[in-house]
Design a protein. Sequence first.
Length: 116
Amino acid sequence: QVQLVESGGGLVQAGGSLRLSCVASGHTASIYTMGWFRQAPGKERELVARIFLSGGGTVYADSVKGRFTISRDNAKNTVYLQMNNLKPEDTAVYYCCANPFSSPYWGQGTQVTVSS
């Protein structure tokens, strides 16, 4: 089992920045990729960014390219999502996920609200 705990969400004005953190515990040796997803009210959950823990390769949704950066600290079992130039449409609950496309583990989510 893997446990994930997110933090760093909050309320920010448009153009502002936030950094989300996700700390993994438990059977972390089984994790090979981590992702950040988000779900806005009335919408489906979508992939925001993904990182491979070995090699650090990343994938981003087109809507966040150039504004968001995913990174990891393997020694701390932590993945970050640096979000810059936030827009009202980024408002959502953000979820951390381990191995999102095979036997996923999910965090509880953290709310990000961007005011215009």
